[in-house]
Design a binder for this molecule. Structure first.
Ligand SMILES: [Zn+2]
Length: 297
């Protein structure tokens, strides 16, 4: 009984010696750790500050090294460019550009009128324009020219510009074989030539629905046929009320209308207002500062 009671507590002298032993072990461990850290760090620091650099002269500063690097890039460029003495030869005609807004210092805008099945509306638009001293560009399809060839002769004689909206208005123009795309463009131009009684070279193509406007194949074919611009648009009258249009129009814009009854009524409201506001509605050629493409009689 007595061994399990008061005899279990060790004498105080033993406790002190064990504490000393523990402190000794801790000190030994710290020393060992310090030696280990020193063994790792000293060679590293020595290499960083005092060790011999491998790929850079001992006296080179980082700035000098950077300048040296740039200089060698310039030398390389000079070596590449210097032998080029001839101008770069063009590989072919540049592809037709897509036009939706042109630079203008004179508040010019280009109103374009598409499809044009109702040539009575085409004549109404021409009368409206003549009354205001302005011009627009028409983009008829074949049926519109066949319906009433004299309307197109009249449009040309009255100073309006005619562009190409293709023969049949196929919304999948870009999916057609190359020769059919060419025929769609040439066919409409041929019909206009017949109506006008002259060769009427065109430079603007408006693709049906604008669907093929960024198609490289269509652009390559039209370029080969002498067309210079995809006539895209910056603003469409579709879905915009007549009274809201003037606020949305900016100088240089190509604006899309159709020769429908609704759009003619819109034009009868909008055109006089635009003129009042100082806008100058002109043909695409005038907007681009181009002479009409030479027509042969
Ligand atoms: Zn159309």
């Amino acid at each position: 009984m007595s061994a399990a009671g008061g005899g279990a507590r060790p004498p105080s002298g033993n406790r002190r010696s064990r504490r000393r032993a523990r402190r000794g072990r801790a000190l030994l461990f710290l020393c060992a750790a310090a030696v280990l850290v020193a063994a790792i760090l000293i060679p590293l620091l020595a290499n960083r500050h005092g060790g011999a650099p491998v790929d850079r002269p001992a006296d080179a500063t980082p700035e000098a090294a950077a300048t040296e690097g740039y200089a060698s890039v310039f030398d390389e460029l000079a070596a590449l460019i210097a032998p080029q003495t001839e101008p770069l030869a063009p590989t072919g005609p540049p592809l037709a550009l897509s036009l939706s807004t042109a630079w203008t210092s004179d508040n010019e805008i280009a109103i374009t009128v598409d499809d044009c099945f109702k040539t009575g509306n085409v004549r109404r638009i021409m009368d409206l324009c003549d009354g205001l001293g302005v011009k627009v560009t028409f983009f008829p399809v074949a049926q519109a020219v066949k319906n009433d060839p004299s309307a197109w002769r009249e449009a040309h004689e009255r100073g309006f510009l005619i562009g190409n909206h293709t023969y049949s208005h196929n919304m999948k123009l870009k999916e057609l074989p190359d020769e059919e795309i060419a025929r769609e463009i040439q066919g409409l131009n041929w019909l206009v030539n017949q109506a006008l009684g002259i060769e009427y070279p065109m430079r603007y193509l408006r693709t049906p629905g604008g669907n093929a406007d960024s198609d490289p194949k269509v652009r390559e074919i039209m370029t080969g046929l002498g067309y210079e611009y995809i006539a895209h648009w910056a603003l469409s009258s579709t879905g915009t009320k007549a009274e809201d249009l003037p606020d949305r129009i900016r100088p240089g814009q190509v604006i899309l209308f159709h020769a429908t009854d609704a759009d003619v009524e819109k034009l009868e409201t909008v055109l006089p207002r635009l003129v009042e506001l100082g806008f100058r509605p002109v043909t695409l050629d005038q907007l681009m500062g181009l002479e009409p493409k030479a027509a042969a009689g």
